[in-house]
Design a protein around this ligand. Sequence first.
Ligand SMILES: [Zn+2]
Ligand SMILES: [Zn+2]
Length: 123
Amino acid sequence: MITCAICSGYFIDATTIVECLDTFCKSCIVNYLETSKSCPICDVPLSKIKPHQSLRQDKLKQSLVYKLVPQIFIDEMNRRRQFYNEHNDQQPVSKEDGGQVSVHSCYFRPNDKISMSIEYLDE
Ligand SMILES: [Zn+2]
Ligand SMILES: [Zn+2]
């Protein structure tokens, strides 16, 4: 569910083909479509002229990866901060794009202390 058939790793920038809903890392599927114009898993044909039109960023599957393996989120945010440090000519489009989002504000790790409360709703 959360690993890429091309690189066998967890999804990075999860990207789904709209015709068949198979998901890959963005960079994996973009590279793949340089030489082939069909889905690597089920072989559904994509537009020969603009195969990238079939690709959609899949935030739901990406957040599943981050929830199950929060370290990937931490690593990805570090990588983005480093990228923008080294490329001063480019500006991040959002805080998350720039790696400025703390893992604590989005995902719990197994050793994080959390508390829950149940409240009675008086109608
Ligand atoms: Zn991949
Ligand atoms: Zn497919």
